[in-house]
Design a protein around this ligand. Structure first.
Ligand code: CP
Length: 302
């Protein structure tokens, strides 16, 4: 993985993905080790972020790397009209690796094509979010003890949800049965379903959340994303489509855990937070260890 970019989950082989999970477990046991002293990590966030940006920065600083970057368009020279190409070529003079989040699909791949240093996609539009996928896989492995033969229920914005797209593609490597709960307008795109079909796996589509709950080993909730809708009326129609609450969880499997990439709006009721099956805040912590593993592997120290 040394010096390679991570733009979509398929950029790493299954063996490489599993190596990242093994390394993450090592970092979880021993998170502060100065193995990246002398390295500089650039975090270029053209779109808002709490978890991805801060967990990358936390991961880098725990490993001794310096962090530079910006967290909005307003604090970069893009507001003066600078192109993404010029931004990437400039920043690559100052850093050893670039972590980029951008609202346009394909922007991370474009950045990697012109960058002389590796690029990590921290979310490009509605396309992919591969580092979230690796931390989701790590969270599933930790809570279920395996990645194979699981029933995974995805809920919410499956059309624009980049975390859902990347994780679905990753889980086709593990004989997963997919349960897809969404409003009709927000179904999983055909290109993602094609990955499921190519592996001859099963998927079931529902609009009622209750239909996706009893069989689930993992319920993966997602937010209906206001920012992805060009028509606000369309957003208003679906924004309150789902609200998972404790009463819906009574007859769920003992091993079932609730994941959510976060941020949450109203799709998980606050009463669920104290349910032992809620795992989304631990999931966010797992992001630090997985991102430590990624930085160490790509910068060639592990
Ligand atoms: N999961 C995730 O990408 O969260 P942020 O938008 O806060 O980075």
């Amino acid at each position: 993985m040394k010096n390679r970019s991570l733009l979509s989950i398929n950029d790493f082989s299954l063996d490489e993905q599993l190596k990242i999970l093994t390394l993450a477990a090592e970092f979880e046991k021993n998170p502060t080790q100065k193995i990246l002293e002398g390295f500089v990590v650039a975090t270029l966030f053209f779109e808002p972020s709490t978890r991805t940006k801060l967990s990358f920065e936390n991961a880098a600083s725990r490993l001794g790397a310096k962090v530079i970057g910006f967290s909005s368009l307003a604090t970069s020279s893009v507001t003066k009209g600078e192109s993404l190409k010029d931004t990437i070529l400039t920043v690559s003079n100052y850093a050893d690796i670039i972590v980029i989040r951008h609202p346009n699909d394909g922007s991370a791949r474009f950045a990697a094509e012109i960058s002389p240093i590796p690029v990590i996609n921290a979310g490009d539009g509605a396309n992919q979010h591969p580092t979230q996928t690796l931390l989701d896989m790590y969270s599933i492995l930790k809570t279920q003890g395996r990645l194979d033969n699981l029933n995974i229920t995805f809920v919410g914005d499956l059309k624009y949800g980049r975390t859902v797209h990347s994780l679905t593609i990753a889980l086709t490597q593990f004989n997963t049965t997919f349960h897809l709960v969404s409003p009709v307008e927000l179904k999983l795109p055909s290109y993602v379903k094609r990955h499921i079909k190519e592996k001859q796996l099963s998927y079931f589509q529902y609009t009622d959340l209750l239909d996706g709950i009893p069989q689930a080993d993992i319920i993966y909730m997602t937010r209906i994303q206001r920012e992805r809708f060009s028509d606000p009326i369309e957003y208003e129609k679906v924004k309150n489509a789902y609200n998972l609450n404790n009463s819906m969880l009574i007859n769920t499997k003992e091993n079932m855990r609730i994941l959510h990439p976060l941020p949450r709006v109203n799709e998980i009721a606050l009463d669920v937070d104290n349910n032992p099956k809620a795992y989304y805040f631990q999931q966010a912590l797992n992001g630090v260890f997985v991102r430590q593993a990624l930085l160490a592997a790509i910068l060639g120290v592990k």
